[in-house]
Ligand binder design. Structure first.
Ligand SMILES: Nc1nc2c(c(=O)[nH]1)N[C@H]1C(S)=C(S)[C@@H](COP(=O)(O)O)O[C@H]1N2
Ligand SMILES: [Mo]
Length: 320
């Protein structure tokens, strides 16, 4: 399947059953915008993606029981204004400012390598692989700050089951879009572009691992990795690669952006671990965005019960 112009995409493709515009919202705003109510009732199926902006970016989703429920959610404002997305600059406020016009539609993710069914999927087809779920997760950046984010997405294992990995698929490699024209950070020296990340197949299959397409009830803002990004809550934030265009199933541990840049500082696994310090700073505590006190960082970011068994027998001082 080739990348189609948005005008060629049928509504059935861009809007699967489990994720469509919140119709009540659409009708309400359509009224305000001066579009007749009768027409609004008839035409949502025929709207172009541009027009759907009237209805906002609301997503329909189920609430997952894998959510972390006992912590205060970080406000939308903070989640969307304090970002790391080096393609749009290295300062925390740059992605929000510089990714404003980033084109995320149409968008295709190619999935291949050692799989029985390689494919190129648009975002809508990817979302159709599984009902959208909200997953509230603690997120911990290697720099020492953390947030609690209500992500919306699908389990990565739904994608993996659909493409059926072959026996040689031991790792999953991810790539961000390479487009220096749109991404000013890719025009300067730093990380090697495109940004890459990787997981072991069992980590990718873990029920906690999701591909996110939204947060706080809405489609992902560009600065948070639109239209689709990885979320692995027991690993440092940089494993959560943004704006993914390629997923490949490979035999050997794939190169990853930060590990290639500074292998002594950022390992392949990068599991949140208060007992393994970064060479230049401790990892034993963190500051939740919006708070001043420091919290103790938890082993596997508090998700040990769900993930620790994947690393039993591994030396986590060596495999940081
Ligand atoms: N493509 C890409 N993905 C990326 C990054 C990046 O610079 N480029 N930064 C990572 C880092 S260091 C973090 S902490 C998280 C931040 O995600 P957020 O801005 O949505 O909180 O994105 C990760 N994903
Ligand atoms: Mo990070």
């Amino acid at each position: 399947m080739l990348i189609k112009k948005s005008a060629d995409i049928k509504y059935s493709e861009i809007t699967p059953k489990n994720v469509y515009l919140n119709r009540r919202d659409f009708i309400a705003t359509a009224g305000v915008a001066g579009i007749g109510l009768a027409a609004a009732k008839l035409v949502p199926e025929m709207l172009s993606p541009e027009l759907t902006a009237f209805g906002g970016n609301k997503l329909q989703f189920n609430k997952s029981d894998l959510s972390t429920m006992d912590e205060e959610i970080t406000p939308f404002k903070d989640v969307t204004s304090y970002n790391n997305f080096y393609e749009f600059g290295t300062k925390k406020d740059e992605p929000a400012a510089k990714a404003k016009d980033f084109q995320t539609s149409p968008w295709t993710v190619s999935i291949g390598g050692n799989v029985k069914h390689p494919q190129k999927l648009d975002i809508a087809s990817l979302m159709k692989l599984s009902p959208l779920e909200e997953r509230i997760y603690r997120m911990r950046c290697v720099e020492g700050w953390s947030m609690v984010i209500p992500w919306i997405g699908i389990p990565l294992n739904a994608v993996i089951k659909a493409v059926e990995p072959k026996p040689k698929a031991n790792f999953v490699a991810f790539e961000t879009l390479l487009d220096p024209r749109q991404m000013p950070g890719q025009r300067v020296r730093g990380l090697s572009w495109p940004y890459t990340e990787g997981l072991r197949l069992d980590e990718a299959m873990n029920p906690l691992t999701i591909l996110a397409v939204g947060l706080h009830g809405e489609r992902l803002p560009n600065q948070d990795g639109a239209p689709i990004r990885l979320v692995v809550p027991w690993k440092y934030g940089f494993k959560g690669i943004k704006s993914i265009v390629k997923i490949s199933f490979v035999e050997k541990q794939p190169p990853t952006a930060w590990n290639t840049f500074a292998p002594k500082e950022y390992g392949f696994y990068s599991n949140v671990n208060p007992n393994v310090d970064h060479p230049r700073w401790a990892q034993s505590s963190e500051r939740r965005i919006g708070e001043f006190r420091r919290r103790k960082t938890l082993m596997f970011n508090g998700y040990a019960e769900q993930v620790a068994q994947m690393y039993s027998g591994m030396d986590l001082q060596k495999n940081y």
